[in-house]
Design a protein around this ligand. Sequence first.
Ligand SMILES: Cc1ncc(COP(=O)(O)O)c(C=O)c1O
Length: 426
Amino acid sequence: MTFRTDANYAAEMDRADPLADYRHKFHIPHHQHGDEIYLCGNSLGLQPIATERYLREELEDWARLGVKAHFAGRRPWMPYHELFSERSARLVGAETLEVVNMNSLTVNLHLMMVSFYRPTAARHRILIERSAFPSDRYAAASQIRFHGFDPATSLVELAPAGNRRELDMDEVEAVIRAEGERLALVLLPGVQYSSGQTFDMARLTRAAHAVGAVAGFDLAHATGNLPLKLHDWNVDFAVWCNYKYMNAGPGAVAGCFVHARHTHAFELPRFAGWWGHDKATRFRMGPEFMPMAGAEGWQISNPPILALVPLLASLEIFEDAGMPQLREKSLRLTGYLEYLLDRRLSEVIEILTPRDPAERGCQLSLRIAGSRTLARDIFTRLEQAGVTADWREPDVLRVAPVPLYNTYTDVYRFVDILENVVSAAI
Ligand SMILES: Cc1ncc(COP(=O)(O)O)c(C=O)c1O
């Protein structure tokens, strides 16, 4: 990819961008007189304009029809969650039966571990990264304790060798092989939340299966960011949230994938509730739980319709734009950010995210040279200047140009502002 440093280049790229109109499908937060430079879709995606209308329609149906909206609403609530399965499945490279939207990410992770982490005296270890998102670590450690084991011996933590920041997939695979028959579950991210590094899910799943372990992934930072092929990669289960790149609102209902080879595994232990019960007989109100085939069989409660609504608006946009096209723009947009940072700020900004575009999504994680106090000061000044990015302790500034609503001009202006802010702060 070739880029230029002049401001005209960004404007030219925006004019030539076939996805440029999608920005107008979102509310862009304002700062003083103009749009914010919102580079925080890795934390909370922006609100699609259609969300409000969809929400209003459900409120209207509730007002107009009361309980009858379960069947007579314009989008009947009884099968409401099914509206999403096909589209979510396409987005993560799955069969419809393999996907359900329910609960939140960590809850889904627990539900998946109830079924797929089945420790024995010989095989009880869970492999995670040392810098895993804390919630995943808490969940894994608590599952280990729940089964009467000790995280000190059952939780294996991966860390990059030497001074390196990134995990080398060869190393991860070697650890999986070395753990061998002691390993029950490999639980890794699709995209690491802090560094932005992608993990080779197909390869790691093969490695896990080769030693008889289960492969599960946290796709909080991968879904809506990268094209995924969960089914073909043979992943056993995956969970993700829908509030980051998926733009379905704060605390949005989360996603869950269970591979087709497990969707009829009714013998697996699971935490049951009536919405996981066979649809055909659910309302006979019988005493015996009969799980439904597919990921839906892991549902517990009836879905929160009003909380699900924003996902509809979001998935429609993804369907329309197409993940391959979004990825193409994303590679260029993030490549442009990297290029400008290298040309204009390389003495003060260190890019922590892998340099190979194949090993990252849209996020770049940056470290500012100097003290943490200086870095925090720069972050605050960025906010005052209308840039929304995010900060992760101890000293990482995460910046994510999102192809659906960010422009090349956003990236150009961000680097301009960062340069000014850095010179003012140092
Ligand atoms: C990588 C990762 N995993 C897990 C979570 C926890 O998600 P939830 O609060 O929806 O359980 C987050 C939240 O930001 C996350 O970024």
